[in-house]
Ligand binder design. Structure first.
Ligand SMILES: Cc1cc2nc3c(=O)[nH]c(=O)nc-3n(C[C@H](O)[C@H](O)[C@H](O)COP(=O)(O)OP(=O)(O)OC[C@H]3O[C@@H](n4cnc5c(N)ncnc54)[C@H](O)[C@@H]3O)c2cc1C
Length: 394
């Protein structure tokens, strides 16, 4: 690790250790950790990926995922929630290059110096995780767009200052979609507190309803026709897939840490030594360690390759690689926590131990795009030379 990475990961570690003390309570109460978000803002972590000249910490993709892996070891839901804010900004910084456009500079100042929070408005009840066109629509009306729809899984919703809402732009031309930055107090926006999930409970991923929401045309970003995936998609996927991989690996590492301590101290009276001396326990722990090592090697190496610009000449291959790293990590993370449950026996099943919560949290990983089924489709088609746009799809 570079000195800079060391410093950033230490910061993530201090925050993680603080958040760990509150994780069980927020999980139990299904409450949102406002105090964690304040700490993220105060420490500068909420501006981790913003360049230093705009008030941030200048983390690149690899710095970011190393930090997120560490943060998630303290509180998976807080790491996941702030991931939804940070990944898009990181990708925007990467795509903007050294000289962002004036509106991009303004946006970075909002996040970097004013510590504003950005939230996602991508997923919908109608389209789920199969994105392309959105059921949410944007209709041009003079110098504004009028937006209608419903977004689900809006993580961080209690503290989002600007919702980035993706919508299908209505018009005569070819189908296109765009992202709209919508300030929290805009008339027609309504948050409905629906979030009561099995895991990642403290993310407050509620529903966002948009009813005739008027936004200035200037608030529209990234309009694009629905079609082939290019450099922009590679950057967005790199920042999303690899950070999701790191967050769920962080949850799994927390489970391994608890399991190690448990196995070192738990000594049934029938044994002379604690259970870490049992072969079954050692072999199960070895499996977990190997899976974690595989995940980390894959997503850090994939991040390095992305930073070196590899894959730009073959976008589909690059995307398949990014998707594969996420696919491997989130599925490995589930298996790791399962091994930990095996080692701890019924103790892991008890709510007073953190493993029960980590077991539930880690299960959400496969639902983030690309879900297992879509990841297999993408990776399989690219590997077999089947065009992603082939119709019929199967
Ligand atoms: C904890 C958590 C936090 C989240 N936070 C956010 C957030 O902040 N912002 C946001 O926008 N979203 C967020 N999401 C949503 C997430 O990114 C997905 O969009 C959402 O989980 C929908 O995925 P799905 O697989 O359930 O949905 P669906 O797409 O409805 O899929 C259901 C099932 O059908 C399969 N399926 C559906 N369509 C196809 C297809 N065409 N081909 C193959 N299989 C298909 C899927 O693989 C899956 O098995 C969050 C999700 C979770 C769990």
């Amino acid at each position: 690790m570079s000195d800079k990475q060391q410093q950033l990961v230490e910061l993530a570690g201090r925050l993680a250790d603080e958040f760990a003390g509150r994780a069980a309570q927020h999980d139990r109460a299904n409450s949102f950790p406002f105090e964690n978000i304040e700490a993220l803002k105060h420490s500068g972590y909420s501006a981790l990926v913003v360049p230093e000249r705009h008030g941030g910490m200048g983390a690149d993709l690899l710095d970011f995922i190393l930090c997120q892996e560490r943060l998630a070891q303290g509180c998976g839901p807080t790491a996941l929630a702030i991931n939804m804010h940070l990944f898009g900004i990181g990708s925007m910084v990467e795509r903007a290059g050294p000289q962002p456009r004036p509106e991009q500079g303004l946006f970075l100042e909002l996040v970097g110096r004013q510590r504003k929070i950005i939230g996602g408005g991508l997923s919908e009840p109608e389209s789920g995780g199969d994105w392309g066109l959105f059921a949410t629509t944007a209709r041009r009306d003079g110098e504004a767009y009028v937006i209608n729809g419903r977004k689900v899984f809006t993580s961080l919703s209690p503290v989002v200052d600007y919702f980035m809402v993706m919508a299908t732009v209505e018009g005569d031309g070819p189908p296109s979609s765009a992202t709209f930055a919508i300030a929290r107090n805009t008339p027609g926006l309504e948050l409905v507190e629906t979030w009561d999930a099995m895991g990642m409970r403290a993310t407050a991923s509620h529903d966002l309803i948009l009813k005739d929401v008027r936004v200035a045309a200037a608030a529209m970003a990234d309009p694009r026709p629905v079609g082939p995936l290019g450099a922009e998609a590679i950057s967005l996927f790199a920042w999303f897939e690899l950070s999701i991989a790191a967050v769920y690996t962080g949850v799994a590492i927390a489970a391994m840490k608890f399991t190690r301590e448990f196995a070192q101290r738990f000594k049934p009276f029938t044994l002379e030594r604690p259970i870490n001396y049992l072969p079954g326990v050692q072999f199960a722990m070895a499996q977990a360690q190997v899976l974690a090592a595989q995940s980390r090697a894959l997503y850090t190496q994939t991040a390095r390759e992305h930073l070196e610009g590899r894959g730009a000449d073959n976008p589909e291959q690059a995307l398949a690689g990014l998707i594969a790293a996420k696919y491997a990590a989130v599925n490995n993370a589930i298996r790791i926590v399962d091994y930990c449950m095996e080692i701890t026996g019924a103790h892991g099943f008890l709510r007073r131990n953190p493993l029960e919560r980590l077991f539930r949290d880690v299960r959400a990983g496969i639902n983030h795009p690309l879900s297992n089924a879509r990841a297999r489709e993408f990776i399989g088609k690219v590997a077999l030379g089947v065009p992603l746009s082939a119709v019929p799809r199967w």
